[in-house]
Design a protein around this ligand. Structure first.
Ligand code: 6PG
Length: 232
């Protein structure tokens, strides 16, 4: 397990740019497939990603989860990422594959699974995982039935405990197929859950995503660093 620590957002953004460049250069196929997160990662770190010195024409951009709202809605993860950096990298040649948040959620999930299969056979190079204060990743919440999904790569839910309730999300099988998972843990609200995940608490979606994955990279700030310094 590797973790990168930054004491401020500039340091974390530099680490993200460096790791993205490294992963792009080490990619297995011709193209580089990455899935984005929303939340504070999108608003604080993604603006710098546009400066990553890679050939964006070889990059396909997906989303780890999406709220079922129109693409220009303030709750849309796509909208947050577009505002942060997508316009710049699309101008540089990147392809973006948003979830269609205007379909009935189940149809949106089927549609996104189809896209993922067609574009990259369901194998992403890097998935960014924001972490909620309850230990959720993507839209996989503690105790939710989607945690027992064994096959589908994308599912929908209409009962998200965090609003808005209707969402489309990558599943644990999709995260297992990804070549690497990059966990983004900033701020004081998730310190306990990061520590519990590192100790193997399998009630947490974060733990279920990372515990057997061979290639997990953690980006953490000072709040969350202590969890790594004092593993049990
Ligand atoms: C959502 C958010 C959410 C977010 C985490 C981490 O769909 O509800 O995208 O999953 O990624 O809650 O958010 P912060 O990084 O802002 O803490």
């Amino acid at each position: 397990m590797r973790y990168l620590h930054g004491s401020n957002k500039e340091a974390l953004a530099s680490a993200l740019i460096a790791e993205t460049t490294r992963a792009f250069e080490a990619r297995v196929g011709d193209r580089f497939r990455i899935a984005l997160t929303g939340g504070s990662t999108a608003t604080t770190l993604y603006p710098a990603l546009a400066n990553t010195p890679i050939d964006w024409r070889a990059v396909d951009i997906f989303f780890g989860d999406e709220r079922c709202v129109p693409a220009d809605h303030p709750d849309s993860n796509y909208a947050a990422c577009k505002l942060a950096f997508l316009d710049a990298v699309v101008a540089a040649g990147a392809q973006v594959f948003p979830v269609n948040g205007e379909l009935v959620p189940e149809e949106g999930a089927r549609d996104y699974a189809r896209t993922l299969r067609e574009v990259c056979d369901g194998v992403l190079d890097v998935v960014h995982l924001g972490v909620g204060p309850d230990g959720h990743v993507c839209s996989l919440f503690p105790g939710h039935r989607l945690l027992s999904e064994e096959h589908a790569l994308v599912r929908s839910l209409d009962d998200s405990p965090k609003p808005p309730p209707s969402r489309v999300t990558l599943t644990l099988p999709a995260l297992r197929r990804a070549r690497s998972l990059w966990v983004m843990a900033f701020g004081p609200t998730k310190v306990d859950k990061i520590r519990d995940a590192l100790r193997g608490d399998t009630t947490l979606p974060l733990t279920l995503a990372v515990r057997t994955h061979p290639n997990v990279l953690w980006f953490v700030d000072e709040h969350n660093l202590a969890s790594f310094d004092t593993p049990s």
